[in-house]
Design a protein around this ligand. Structure first.
Ligand SMILES: N[C@@H](CCC(=O)N[C@@H](CS)C(=O)NCC(=O)O)C(=O)O
Length: 394
């Protein structure tokens, strides 16, 4: 075991599922340790400077925080054949690559509303389970009841503020429920035709989606029942994403090939239209907010965030969402994911870019192709920071 990777994370964690699923699908040997493990305080905290998961420690001692960066690390690793991943998450085609980064952006932290709502708003069903899970994440196995209570109070307070910050409130709750049911049905229809979002193997978008679906919506008791009752195909996809085997009994003729550029199924276009309603208004309003925020701070040095706290949150901003006004946190990470999508579009060939333009127009998403913050979000020392002002370097 000594040459294995160590993944610091935990079962009830949203973000950990993204990397765990990737490493399991690739048969990469690793051990998972919780952030309560003493090694995390000794080795990891001094480097990443905050209590965050997941963090990967590689056999040569490299430490990487951030799910996208960890997956990129494996995808870009060169070397001997046995180092290459089994199921590349990076599609060959520029169009499909842009789609997978689009879905990674939309299915990951853009789905935090249902994620946090279904964990914290059903205490009768969920609370004891979640408390037990949090105890095994942060406390040693022999911790007493008082320590468990104190830790859980702390975790609950922090997470309740996250729920508010992603827009869970009395007015939005019926809409969050309806929106999540709609998403499940769209995924059911899609997974009847395809084993993964973009065809025969998982790619970045699937790993974004597993983060949102696994810990909270598939495992916590209340939403677990909902998913199994309303969307068994989606529950099966979660299981397919959780182990090295393909679990392809629903798709006996499937290969590991991804969909062809000229065969994007309607079920995928419907998912794109869903995100045009669910996420486009939010990211559009937040990019305008971020640009005003940046314009008010012309003196910010590249390589800094301008923020006192290490949360990457610029403030809270209001936008129109499904007929109501919603106020949510503006996070630098949202723009990091948007950029990853736009970078993949830019790297595509001219004809692929034309096809992307047409597909995004057809699904009501073309504004996403041009939406930019005045500075790029870069990552330094495991944190999001601003790059140079793009208007001065053009
Ligand atoms: N951008 C990060 C987000 C990770 C994240 O938010 N992790 C949660 C646990 S699921 C956490 O540790 N949050 C504490 C914090 O952000 O300080 C990634 O994708 O790696």
């Amino acid at each position: 075991m000594k040459d294995n990777y160590i993944l610091y994370g935990s079962a009830p964690s949203w973000a950990t599922a993204k990397v765990r699923s990737y490493m399991r699908k690739q048969c990469i040997p690793f051990v998972e340790r919780p952030p309560g493990d003493p090694r995390f305080a000794e080795k990891i905290m001094p480097v990443v400077m905050r209590n965050i998961m997941p963090v990967l420690e590689t056999p040569d001692g490299t430490i990487i925080q951030d799910t996208a960066d960890i997956i990129d690390y494996f995808e870009h690793k060169t070397g001997t054949n046995d180092e290459k991943v089994l199921l590349p998450a990076t599609p060959e085609s520029g169009l499909i690559r842009a789609l997978t980064h689009f879905f990674d952006m939309c299915c990951y932290d853009a789905l935090l509303r249902p994620v946090l709502y279904f964990r914290w708003n059903f205490p009768d069903d969920n609370l004891e389970y979640v408390k037990n899970e949090f105890s095994s994440t942060y406390l040693p196995p022999d911790a007493d009841e008082k320590a468990k209570e104190q830790m859980f109070e702390w975790a609950r307070t922090v997470t309740a503020s996250f729920a508010k910050n992603v827009g869970v409130n009395a007015e939005s709750i019926p809409l969050i429920e309806a929106s999540y049911s709609e998403l499940l049905q769209l995924l059911v229809e899609h997974f009847k035709g395809q084993p993964y979002l973009l065809g025969g193997r998982p790619t970045y978008g699937d790993y974004g989606l597993i983060a949102s679906l696994y810990a909270h919506l598939y495992r916590d008791p209340y939403p677990a029942k909902l998913m199994r009752q309303q969307a068994p195909e989606v529950a099966r996809w979660v299981e397919r994403m959780s182990g090295p085997g393909q679990y392809l009994w629903d798709h006996p003729d499937s290969t590991e090939d991804l969909i062809a550029d000229n065969a994007v199924p309607d079920t995928l276009k419907n998912l794109m239209r869903y995100f045009a309603e669910e996420y486009l208004p939010e990211i559009t309003a937040h990019a305008i907010f971020a640009n005003d925020w940046l314009d008010a701070r012309p003196e910010l040095e590249p390589g800094t965030s301008g923020l006192v706290h290490l949360t990457g949150v610029l403030g809270r901003n209001e936008f129109d969402w499904r007929g109501i006004k919603l106020k949510t946190s503006v996070r630098m990470y949202n723009f990091y994911m948007l950029q990853r999508f736009q970078d993949s579009v830019e790297a595509a060939s001219e004809s692929e870019q034309q096809a992307i333009q047409l597909l995004f127009e057809e699904t009501g998403l073309s504004p996403l192709l041009k939406l930019k913050t005045h500075r790029r979000v870069e990552r330094e020392k495991h944190l999001e920071v601003w790059g140079a002002d793009l208007r001065s370097v053009q």
